[in-house]
Design a protein around this ligand. Structure first.
Ligand SMILES: *Cc1c(COP(=O)(O)O)cnc(C)c1O
Length: 481
């Protein structure tokens, strides 16, 4: 019988993998954050055809070490400060490995009793950690994009008399155009969700934000009134707690009031900042979140859980089930009163994602998680303070959490300044030890430092600031500015 790897060989390889991972994590800071390769380099080193005959496992692992590991962008690197700087963590990696060993598909309680119940319990721990009221029920999806798509689907399902689930949207002149509201800072996943749900991209109203990048509530109210007057059917508001560009928090209490008055579904996208809600002082910035109909938070963003792990909390789990549950005969089981995770979304099969989150929460403890998040915020505040105090730079947005947006100031107008900052970013990223990303704020090119990596220390952030100043000075000299 051909079968799997012989047990002894597997065990030996697993030990080697343990060493590979541990060595990698210990030494990841020695790599440049961005591999110094061009598109196509990796593909060119890979055989075009698969091996016909079995190859020794050690040779495969050698190739991993030689060809794959050095040629990834190192998200675990202390200098990875782009996007939302996520790290996995020791306990999260161990949870991933154990889940891979089990290879459970927890579509039904019966096909994964412990995974189902651990997911429910772990999500409820997270609910308590985020100080959300009892009654919010959480489950795990891969990404916030999917969690927000599900939330919008629930909002659509809740519309009285529309029954998109049964009747669809096409060929129904009696159904007015559905509209969704989000700020001009909201994540593109909201647009994608609306596109996918047949709401249409043009029916996502991007509401202007104020000087602090928070959704303008008067503008929101006006847009809703305009749409109602035009015979449209407002459906949901998506407020963001921790926007992707600047981590601003929309005015949740006022938005919740408006949603209540208007009978609109309120979804809060807290994909990044939701993790910070476990610290009371940060939770206070998100007051009003508890009034949402649904909330998404990604432990894979800032709770040290390896990708992917996105928790969707809903206030009305029965509504979520009635939007998605569809049980064919071959999936019927006898257990009454159990959760079958397949009823909570689109996908049937489900990875055992709660194991890694459970291991992270237990191994660091809530206090340990708070301490790490606070440290990241303190590093961001330090950097923002240094930028504020320096001549020739400005902080471009408030810093409520662990992201700092800034730009170098140069003479010669906005266009020249944008070009300068683009070149500055390229110079910083070419140096090797850091990777930053950019955004555009009020039409202006802006550099963005996101701190959220378990390996990033004060010394790293100081080194970054030296590199920023040095690179800017060199560019200024080159450009005679
Ligand atoms: C990152 C992010 C998303 C998308 O997250 P995925 O899990 O990658 O889909 C959505 N919203 C906000 C605010 C984000 O920061």
């Amino acid at each position: 019988m051909p079968g799997d790897l012989p047990p002894d060989e597997f065990r030996r390889a697993m030990h080697r993998v343990a060493d590979l991972v541990a060595d990698y994590l210990e030494q990841v800071g020695d790599y440049p954050v961005l591999p110094r390769i061009a598109p196509g380099d990796v593909a060119a080193a890979l055989p075009a055809a698969p091996p016909l005959e079995a190859e020794p496992l050690d040779r495969v692992l050698d190739d991993y070490q030689r060809l794959i590991e050095p040629n990834v962008t190192h998200w675990n690197h202390p200098g990875f400060l782009a996007y939302f700087a996520i790290t996995g963590s020791g306990p999260g990696i161990l949870g991933e490995a154990l889940a891979a060993g089990l290879n459970v598909n927890a579509m039904l309680w019966r096909t994964g009793p412990a995974p189902t119940e651990l997911e429910e319990r772990t999500c409820d721990w997270l609910r308590q950690m985020m100080d959300l009221p009892e009654g919010f029920s959480g489950h795990i999806n891969d990404t916030a994009s999917i969690s927000s798509l599900l939330a919008l689907a629930v909002a659509r399902h809740r519309l009285p008399g529309v029954d998109v689930r049964g009747k669809g949207l096409a060929g129904r002149p009696e159904v007015p155009p559905l509209t969704v509201y989000a700020s001009d800072q909201a994540h593109s996943s909201i647009d994608k969700g609306a596109i996918l749900l047949g709401i249409g991209h043009e029916n996502v109203r991007r509401i202007e934000s104020d000087a602090a990048f928070r959704m303008s509530v008067p503008a929101l109210a006006a847009a809703i009134a305009r749409d109602r007057a035009a015979g449209r059917l407002p459906m949901a508001v998506v407020a963001t707690a921790g926007t992707t560009s600047t981590t601003s928090v929309d005015p949740l209490p006022e938005i919740a009031d408006l949603c209540e008055q208007e009978g609109l579904f309120l979804h809060v996208d807290a994909a990044y900042a939701g993790s910070a809600a476990i610290c009371p002082e940060h939770r206070a910035l998100m007051a009003g979140m508890e009034r949402a109909d649904s909330i998404v938070v990604n432990p894979h963003k800032w709770m040290f859980t390896p990708v992917d792990c996105s928790v969707l909390f809903v206030r009305d789990p029965a509504l979520l089930r009635s939007a998605f549950s569809l049980v064919p005969e071959y999936l019927r089981t006898d257990e009454a009163g159990v959760t079958n995770l397949m009823d909570l979304g689109i996908q049937l099969g489900r990875r055992f994602r709660s194991l890694k989150l459970w291991m992270v929460i237990r191994t660091f403890g809530v206090e340990g998680l708070r301490e790490r998040i606070r440290e990241h915020c303190a590093l961001a505040r330090w950097l923002a303070g240094a930028i504020e105090a320096a001549a020739g730079f400005e902080v471009a947005a408030p810093v409520p959490f662990s992201v700092v947006c800034f730009r170098a100031k140069v003479e010669g107008g906005a266009e020249a300044e944008d070009r300068f900052n683009e070149r500055l970013l390229a110079a910083i990223n070419a140096a090797g030890p850091f990777f930053l990303s950019h955004t555009v704020l009020q039409g202006r090119y802006t550099l963005r430092v996101a701190i959220g990596n378990l390996r990033t220390t004060r010394a790293d952030v100081e080194e970054l600031w030296d590199l920023v100043r040095g690179s800017a000075a060199r560019l200024r000299a080159e450009m005679g500015n």
